[in-house]
Design a protein around this ligand. Structure first.
Ligand SMILES: [Zn+2]
Length: 59
């Protein structure tokens, strides 16, 4: 069984998989944007983003 710290680590990667990031803890901001720029950048109806403090970086 994983410890509480290990369970709290979240990982993500860019579209091509070249960049990965692992963070620990909850985001400061979690939001969805429907503006024209975000629709264009994602090719979808909205963009989901979150702001995480760098001090929460796991690696
Ligand atoms: Zn936007």
């Amino acid at each position: 069984m994983k410890s509480n710290v290990e369970q709290d680590v979240k990982t993500a990667e860019c579209c091509c998989g070249a960049c990965t990031v692992s963070v620990q803890g909850n985001p400061v901001i979690l939001a969805i944007c429907h503006c024209k720029n975000c629709k264009k950048r994602t090719g979808s109806a909205f963009l989901v983003y979150q702001l995480i403090l760098m001090m929460n970086r796991a690696c």
